[in-house]
Design a protein. Structure first.
Lengths: 279, 279
């Protein structure tokens, strides 16, 4: 692992690190914010998964999460959204290929050799983080935006016991019924739709839910409401009596201005879960 | 004037606007954050001047200022750092030409026709803002980063009564004695160094100071300390008994991670001055 950058930030360190990834078959880059408390021992960690077209950098520079994380003594991980490199397949569309990994393990050509973002986020990166940094991997939480909200919700529900809490900003909530989902799942996972269900937050919420609190923020003026389908997830959460809240935020859109506005709430929400047995 | 974007943000609106600039002889773009209070009447305004290579967008997306401005009911203006367009002169170096206006009115070829950022920030843009938006121009404050810190300090000291308070993050503090200054002033203003003095914050501080509070934050691990020359400004402030504070921040560098860390302090500092006769 190679450290590319380290910047002091809210009393802690914002780092950027690069490493050889087996899951993705190439070099991967991630951001890691460590609060000052990490110098004294392992700290809880909040995963922040980004959306379409993003790299590790977008949320790290624009979501304004570090200040709140520093206040709570929580680390933040900012992974990339897809494999990278010249030998990695891509598509002209912004919503397929690089920058659009959709947090699945691709089984189809030409994607299968590198597009294994599920294994990367669920297995490889956590193992690396645990080995290299002062992180308390018994205290993890996860959030994300748009495609990253989809990733956060599907990972949290599919890995019971892994995350204490999950939140999302404007998640792609029902991808098996959306053009943000059907196209990508067909490409990455093949035509058999039964293999898509494990990657649909609404279907997972209907089927099993999440064993902890859930917080969803959705802008009412989001330009992508038709593709995100928040109403399906809201209905599934209510039907399951899922612990948590689905909030429709009047006037907000899909941008990082929306995310930064509500980031304090999300970090506080996760801190409560992460420190539930310690306070 | 044309509105390019509007995003709801911390209960207010983050807008981006484009207009024909006489001073710069072409189209100019700026960001304007209006807090919710602006719907009820004019609000105070804090100018945020950006550094080398920046456009109107950098501080608007990475400085994390809107949340604190919303809390204080203050508007934020994010101007561009130079004229733009195909007919505008440029240089291969990142620190001359586009993205490097240095907040002066150029008198020399090939810069003179467009590089009039002093007039743009001191005259044209304030007049446009007053005409078009609910801003209380009797309550203005100014801050900036690096080259923008230079701009904030020189404008504030040269326009007595205009700004209630001035602050800067890692300003170019003594450009007449730095390669960030000498090269640009020679290009924009010509070889006669007597014409440079009006654009040197340290010289202005020695000569007249600022009639209000000054706050300077400087990272101790800033990679550009040799070019910024903060010690000259600190000495000048202390010698003049200037109301204010010069803070050396251990471990911090020149990045937006440094800026966002201390933005809450700066917005609070300006709010105190902006509301001094109202609270």
């Amino acid at each position: 692992m190679e450290t590319i950058a380290e910047n002091r930030c809210f009393g802690g360190e914002q780092g950027v690190h690069r490493h050889r990834s087996e899951a993705c078959g190439g070099d991967m880059t991630f951001g890691l914010f460590l609060p000052d408390e990490a110098r004294d021992g392992p700290v809880p960690v909040l995963w922040v998964l980004a959306g379409l077209t993003c790299t590790h950098e977008n949320a790290m520079t624009k979501a304004a999460a570090q200040g709140w994380a520093a206040e709570q003594g929580i680390a933040l991980v900012f992974p990339d959204t897809s494999p990278r490199g010249e030998d990695v397949a891509d598509d002209e569309a912004f919503d397929l290929g690089k920058g659009a990994g959709f947090y699945v393990n691709a089984t189809e050509a030409p994607w299968a050799p590198h597009f294994r973002m599920w294994d990367y986020i669920a297995k490889e990166l956590p193992a690396l983080l645990e080995a290299e940094f002062p992180l308390d991997m018994a205290r993890q939480a996860i959030t994300g935006h748009s495609m990253g909200g989809h990733g956060a919700l599907t990972l949290a529900m599919s890995l019971p016991g892994r995350f204490r809490s999950v939140s999302a900003f404007a998640p792609i909530a029902h991808p098996t019924q959306s053009d943000w989902g059907r196209k990508q799942f067909a490409a990455y996972l093949g035509a058999d739709e039964s293999r898509w269900a494990a990657h649909d937050a609404t279907l997972l919420m209907r089927d099993k839910g999440f064993d902890g609190p859930v917080l969803i923020d959705q802008g009412a003026d989001d330009q992508f409401l038709d593709l995100l389908k928040p109403e399906a997830l809201a209905e599934a959460m209510a039907t399951r009596r899922q612990d948590g809240a689905f909030r429709m935020q009047k006037g907000y859109d899909h941008s990082y201005f929306f995310i930064s506005t509500f980031m304090e709430d999300h970090v506080s929400f996760h801190a409560e879960a992460l420190y539930a047995d310690a306070r």
